[in-house]
Each structure stands twice: as C-alpha cells, then as structure tokens.
Write a protein that binds this ligand. Structure first.
Ligand code: SAM
Length: 273
C-alpha cells in the first residue's frame, strides 16, 4: 500500500501508522462521547455508565468513555484481530486502571452477546456494511437485545446529493498529511458504494487505500423504518448544524423532522429501546 519514490531513507508513508492517521483524520471520540453522555443524562435522568462499542476498531470511543469516570465500563466488538491488538496496545494499556474496565471481544456484532448496556454505539457508518433489509433488520434487533430496558442505540449517517457521484475525492489537510475520502463508485440501482481512505504526504509518498469500505448508502427514512420494525420505541434524527460565521459545520446536532437538502450532511440517530 505504501507508495514512495526511491530514496535511501524511509518515506513518510513508510513511517506512518494507518490506525493513528485514521483516528486523527476520521474520529473525534472526545466530542462523540461528550454528545452521547450528555444526551443520555438528559433523556434518562441518570448517568451513562455501561456502553458497548460495535465495529469498535481501535476502541478509541470505549477508551475515552472509561477514562471519564471510575464507574464507567465498556465493551468493544470487532471482527479484526489486527485492529483490536493495535487498540489494546495503544489505547487500552496506557489507561492502566481504567483500561481494566474495557473488554475487547473479537467477533461478529451479529453473534456476540454481552450483558445489557445503557448505550450501544455503532459509529462512523459501519452498519452500512449490511446491504439488505433483512441483514440490517437482524442487526438492529440484535443491538436492541443488548440494551437495558431504558437503553439507547446511537448511530450516525451521512448524505446529500454530492454522495451520489462516482470517482470523487475530498481532501482534508492535516499538519503532517492529507486525508483523502474517495467515493470510488456508486450504483444508483442498489445504492452500493465503494469508498477508500488514502493518506498522502509532503514527500510525495502515500498510503493508497489504507482503508476500504463496501457499503450500501442507506437513507434516513429506511433506517428509521427498520429501527421501528426492530422494536425501538422512538427514533430521533439530529442533523449537524451549520456555523454561518465560520462557514463550516458546527459542533451541534439538532433534533429535527425537516432539514435543508444540502449537498452533504451528517446526522446522529438515536433509537430508544
Ligand atoms: C469504519 S471502521 C469503524 C471504526 C470505529 N468504530 C470508528 O468509529 O471510526 C469499521 C470496523 O468494523 C469492523 N467490522 C466489519 N464487519 C464487522 C462485523 N460483522 N462484526 C464486527 N466488526 C466488524 C471492521 O473490522 C472495522 O474495524
């Protein structure tokens, strides 16, 4: 995956760690956990203390959560032993005592049963890997079964007319690298899409296709219908607000039933058991 010009010293891509770059470019676990913890407290009138992170990858969100309170416990579930091992070494172990309150389970989210939690997080659109209605319904039923009676499922979604193109690259500059979100293909008949993440560096080297995803681009109406069919009592969509002064997305998600047909948007979805 690393592409570099021939030189004697290692390129920036050779020295990079794709999981570290992913966390810097894609995740903001601090904000995500702030939002979920505040939302749960407001909705249920008690603190969120037990959570499960599905498709947890490096378990960044689970670790952020347990570090916040001595009574917080988290379980992370992911299929991939390599990413779990990275998370164990770089995220869980440095937490010392708090790390003992994170359990990482290598397994399929459809198969793994864990003790009931207050909140189940399935973030960064990972549930889009389920491409058929029966598969996504089965996942939502499974997720609901992992929650306490007043538990909440937290997910996100993105959309907007810019998402229905193909071979589009969106670049974001970071201090030491450029993050590229590449919509490689989109099939309007099935809404199946292929996405790549590339990381490119100032010395001309790059990590092409550092990550790849083959997803179905689900729409909010069908996600909501399937959550209701799975038995959730209330589903709420929170659209990300726009900061007019800075002309960029705001750190605010607003519950709404109507929204502007923007070229690109991100939403949080909550589903109450
Ligand atoms: C897009 S990453 C999400 C990482 C992280 N949750 C985040 O918020 O950025 C998707 C992860 O889902 C995992 N995965 C894919 N299919 C899975 C399944 N059926 N069960 C558990 N994990 C799965 C992959 O190994 C990968 O680590």
């Amino acid at each position: 995956m690393a592409k570099a010009k021939k030189t004697s010293s290692p390129s920036m891509a050779d020295q990079a760690d794709r999981h570290d770059l992913y966390e810097q470019a894609v995740q903001c676990s601090e904000f995500e956990i702030d939002w979920v913890v505040d939302h749960f407290q407001t909705l249920r009138g008690r603190p969120l203390r037990e959570m499960r992170e599905d498709f947890c990858g490096t378990a960044n969100a689970a670790c952020e959560f347990v570090a916040r309170h001595a009574d917080n416990r988290a379980v992370g579930v992911d299929l991939d032993p390599e990413v779990l091992e990275w998370g164990r070494r770089h995220r869980v172990e440095p937490l010392e005592e708090a790390g003992g309150r994170v359990e990482l389970i290598e397994g399929d989210v459809l198969a793994v049963d864990t003790p009931p939690v207050d909140a189940l997080l399935a973030m960064n659109f990972s549930y889009w890997l389920f491409k058929s209605r029966p598969q996504l319904l089965a996942y939502f039923k499974k997720a609901r079964g992992q929650l306490k009676d007043d538990g909440v499922l937290y997910m996100d979604a993105f959309g907007g007319y810019d998402c229905f193109k193909d071979d589009e690259e969106e670049e974001t500059e970071h201090d030491d690298f450029t993050y590229v979100w590449h919509l490689s293909s989109f099939n309007p008949i099935t809404h199946e899409a292929t996405y790549y993440i590339h990381f490119r560096f100032d010395d001309g080297s790059s990590l092409e296709r550092a990550f790849e995803y083959h997803w179905r681009h689900w729409g909010l109406p069908e996600i909501r219908e399937l959550l209701e069919e799975a038995g959730f009592s209330r589903v709420t969509i929170y659209m990300q607000a726009w900061d007019d002064e800075e002309d960029e997305p705001a750190d605010e998600f607003v519950a709404c039933e109507e929204a502007d047909a923007d070229p690109g948007w991100v939403a949080y979805i909550t589903a109450e058991k």
